[in-house]
Design a protein around this ligand. Structure first.
Ligand SMILES: Cc1ncc(COP(=O)(O)O)c(C=O)c1O
Length: 322
C-alpha cells in the first residue's frame, strides 16, 4: 500500500472534505524549493508549505542549529524556568520589530498568537478597571481557527457551523485604493462610541483574502484614530512577517505602529511550530501588580520550545544575511 493509501485509512486532514477529495500526495523528502513524492516525482513548493518556508526545505544551517539544541536541551516548562534560545530570540525580535516593543509572550502557532493578543488587549482594559468590549476588524479578515481568532475573522463556509458561538465584532472596510476615506470614517465612528478595546488587522496585505493590498497612508490613519482614543492596535504579522512584503515586517511601511504584534509561520523559517505575541510597555505595565487577579493566566505545554526557538534564531541569521 502506498503512503497516500495508508494515510487515507487513518488521517483526517485540515480543510479537506472527507468525501470526493483526491488522495494526498505522499512526500518523502524535501530540499530547497522542491518536494519529492514516494514515486520520486518532484514538485515545486509554490505555496511555501502554507506560507511558512523562507529559506528552502531541510536547510542545513537550520538543521545543524536545531540538532545542536536537541542534544543540549529539548524542552522545559516555561513558567518559573527559562532558557537561552527563548531569551536570545526575544532580544532579537524586540530589536527588530517596528515601534517600541518591550515584551515577548510565547505560544505555538498563529492562531494562539492571535488568541494571546486578543486576551492581552481585553485584560489590559479589565486590569485598568475600564469597560471596553468592542473589537474592530477589517472586512475579509482571517486570523485563525480557534474560537477567538475565528470570531475576529470574516464569517464564511469555514465558520458557518460555529457562527452562533462566535462573539460579535465591529467590521470596517479594508483601506484599499478608492476606499480610503470610507474606511477612516467608519473606524472613527465606531471609536467615537468610547467602547472599543482593540483594532486587529493584517498590516499592508490580507493574505487569505486573496493578497488584498492596502493603502499605507489610510491604514496608518485608521491606526492613528485608534491610538488617539487609547484603542489597542494589534498587527497580525503571522503571514506578512519575516520578509514576505519586502521588509522584515510589513508594519515598517506604516507611519503608526501596532501596540501588539502576532508572529508565527515564517518565524522558524518553516521548520517548527512557534507563536509569538509581543507588546509595548504601556500594555505590559498594567499586568505588573501584586493583585494576583491581574496576572495573565495563559500558557501551553510547549510554550517557547527550545528547538523551535533555536530554529527561529537560525532562520533569523539567514534572513539578516540577505
Ligand atoms: C494573518 C493570519 N493570522 C493567523 C493565522 C493562523 O495561523 P495558524 O495557521 O498557524 O494557526 C493565519 C494563517 O494562515 C494568518 O494568515
Amino acid at each position: 500500500m502506498s503512503l497516500a493509501e495508508r494515510d487515507s485509512k487513518v488521517i483526517w486532514h485540515p480543510f479537506t472534505p472527507q468525501k470526493g477529495s483526491p488522495l494526498p500526495v505522499g512526500i518523502v523528502r524535501a530540499e530547497g524549493s522542491y518536494l519529492y513524492d514516494e514515486d520520486g516525482k518532484r514538485y515545486i513548493d509554490g505555496i511555501s508549505s502554507w506560507w511558512v518556508n523562507l529559506h528552502g526545505h531541510s536547510h542545513p544551517y537550520i538543521a545543524d542549529k536545531v540538532s545542536e539544541q536537541l542534544r543540549t536541551l529539548e524542552h522545559i516548562i516555561f513558567a518559573g524556568f527559562t532558557h537561552e534560545p527563548a531569551v536570545q530570540l526575544a532580544e532579537r525580535l524586540l530589536e527588530l520589530l517596528p515601534g517600541e516593543q518591550t515584551r515577548v509572550f510565547y505560544s505555538d502557532n498563529g492562531s494562539t498568537a492571535v488568541e494571546v493578543a486578543l486576551k492581552m488587549a481585553l485584560q489590559y482594559w479589565y486590569n485598568k478597571g475600564e469597560k471596553r468590549t468592542k473589537i474592530i476588524v477589517l472586512e475579509d479578515s482571517y486570523h485563525g481557527d480557534t474560537f477567538g481568532s475565528m470570531s475576529l475573522s470574516a464569517r464564511s463556509a469555514f465558520t458557518q457551523a460555529f457562527n452562533d458561538w462566535l462573539f460579535e465584532v465591529e467590521v470596517v472596510p479594508v483601506p484599499v485604493e478608492g476606499r480610503e476615506v470610507e474606511a477612516v470614517e467608519a473606524i472613527q465612528a465606531i471609536v467615537n462610541t468610547g467602547e472599543v478595546a482593540a483594532f486587529i488587522f493584517e498590516p499592508m496585505v490580507q493574505g487569505v483574502a486573496g493578497m488584498q493590498v492596502m493603502e499605507r497612508r489610510a491604514l496608518s490613519e485608521m491606526m492613528r484614530v485608534c491610538k488617539d482614543a487609547g484603542v489597542v492596535c494589534i498587527g497580525d504579522e503571522v503571514f506578512t512577517g519575516f520578509g514576505r512584503t519586502g521588509k522584515v515586517f510589513a508594519s515598517e511601511f506604516l507611519s503608526t505602529k501596532p501596540d501588539i504584534y502576532c508572529l508565527s509561520k515564517g518565524l522558524t523559517g518553516g521548520t517548527m511550530a512557534l507563536g509569538v505575541t509581543t507588546c509595548n510597555q504601556t500594555i505590559y505595565d498594567v499586568f505588573v501588580s501584586e493583585d494576583r487577579l491581574k496576572t495573565f493566566f495563559h500558557g501551553h505545554s510547549f510554550t517557547a520550545n527550545p528547538l523551535a526557538c533555536a530554529a527561529a534564531l537560525a532562520s533569523m541569521d539567514l534572513l539578516m544575511r540577505q
